[in-house]
Design a protein around this ligand. Structure first.
Ligand code: UD1
Length: 420
């Protein structure tokens, strides 16, 4: 298993190119199930979750090929030969549930393993299932699998989501493209990835309006066709490297970064004493003064993203004064706290809130990654800390960040990957 060895204390300077968005790319690959023609995606990030999604699509019978030997351009297409998404893939990656709506819409049937540990009617896929039932699907649970059928095809209807779930909005939006008549999704998720997915689906012949707002309207069509689509740049990767500039007192130009996709994050940076500007196609982030403690609450977009929470926790652990972070989206998303505390941070968790008392400096330590974003918060702490940090279980990081050590080292960080 790979580890990172980080020697901290160096301000980062230079440029980092932000890759295609993981959370857009995964769904855009799934959109390949909606047509018999080939869908070509460019700006595909080279990360493990994308490889997992390609394996799932291959299991459904599609072929996924790099175009001209370039792995950042993938062509997906072919006939669907299996409508089953097996446990061994779904349990690896929760986003696999996204194949349910498209398979059902196209093949009128799908069997998808429930993501590990969840039960129908409770978290985490009840909204996906209820929405598909509203569109006429008959859903049963058998041996840990969701079995969904719509022998006459799906029929458009009005779906009101009780919570603006990202995954449920995407699943239902994709399914509704091939339903008969009009579907409305009320209280839809408004993340920029919704608009990116809808723009690709519309280029494939779908009729979607309002994606990116809380009210999406989809007029069903008979069939979709192939297209070529460039995946939007990853706003969370951009925000994460912005934290690397901020925590080290550096100055980074993040190529492809869009301030407009990071409104709440940029406001938090500015309040904390970090300067953020859009310079052409790059987001520039620099810090010259001290970091100040601030309060943050995670919320659905356009609020502060839960996927930036752990990184800000590392940043605020070395800010002047106290900060409070409240997590409202996921339970148990403070697993990085004990590890940060082992590096000298002073963080206490009370229910869904964490109180962070800023310390003057952190000290390097052996630490363990627990999930994707938490892993990066430990890298950030390591970049700011005195001495050496050894981060194990780097595979969590490889799920969603491409070439971390190369990107950071090019800007002056001392970080190396060691196997075993
Ligand atoms: C997506 C992102 C993830 C991000 C999250 C919130 C991808 C691949 N992942 O995850 O990085 O952190 O949005 O911005 O895009 N819930 C239910 N029932 C449901 C669906 C969700 O209770 O049917 C709950 C979940 O357990 C969670 C909350 O709603 O507590 C948010 O989930 P959701 O917005 O659906 O996130 P994901 O699509 O899983």
């Amino acid at each position: 298993m790979d580890r990172f060895i980080i020697r901290g204390g160096r301000p980062l300077h230079g440029e980092i190119t932000i890759g295609g968005a993981k959370n857009a790319g995964l769904k855009l690959l799934v959109a390949g199930l909606l047509t018999s023609e080939r869908l070509v995606l460019t700006n595909v990030p080279h990360i493990a979750d994308i490889a997992t999604m390609c394996a799932l699509l291959t299991q459904h019978g599609l072929t996924v090929e790099a175009v001209n030997g370039d792995k950042t351009t993938l062509s997906v297409g072919g006939e669907i030969t299996s409508t089953e998404a097996p446990y061994d893939i779904v349990s690896k990656m929760r986003a696999s549930i996204l194949v349910l709506g498209p398979l059902l819409a196209r093949c009128r049937e799908a069997r998808v393993s429930l993501p590990g540990g969840c039960a129908i009617g409770t978290r985490p896929v009840d909204m996906h299932l209820k929405g598909l039932e509203t569109l006429g699907a008959v859903i049963t649970l058998e041996n840990g699998y969701i079995h969904a059928r719509a022998p006459e095809g799906l029929k458009g209807d009005r779906i009101v989501l009780p919570f603006a779930s990202v995954g449920a909005t995407e699943n239902l939006m994709m399914a509704a493209t091939l339903a008969k008549g009009r579907t409305e999704i009320v209280n839809a998720a408004r993340e920029p990835e919704m608009a990116d997915l809808a723009s690709c689906l519309n280029a494939m012949g779908a009729k979607i309006t309002g994606a990116g707002t809380g009210h999406i309207i989809i007029d069903g069509v008979e069939a979709l066709h192939g297209t070529t689509h460039r995946i939007m740049s990853d706003r969370i990767e951009c925000g994460t490297y912005a934290c690397a500039a901020a925590i080290t007192g550096g100055d980074l130009r993040l190529i492809g970064g869009q301030v407009e996709h990071l409104g709440a994050v940029v406001r938090a940076f500015e309040e904390a004493g970090v300067e953020v500007t859009q310079e052409g196609n790059a987001m520039r982030v620099r810090r010259t003064g001290a970091l100040r403690g601030i309060d943050i609450m995670t919320e659905p977009y356009p609020g502060f993203p839960t996927d930036m929470q752990a990184q800000f926790m590392a940043l605020l652990s070395v800010a002047e004064g106290a900060s409070m972070i409240t997590e409202t989206i996921f339970e148990n998303r403070f697993m990085h706290v004990p590890e940060l505390n082992r590096m000298g941070a002073r963080i206490n968790v009370h229910g869904s809130s964490a109180i962070i008392r800023g310390v003057h400096s952190l000290s390097g330590a052996p630490v363990m990654a627990t999930d994707l974003r938490a892993s990066f918060s430990l890298i950030l702490a390591g970049l700011a800390a005195h001495g050496e940090t050894i981060l194990s279980r780097v595979y969590h990081l490889d799920r969603g960040y491409e070439a971390v050590e190369r990107k950071l080292a090019a800007c002056g960080a001392q970080i190396e990957r060691v196997s075993n």
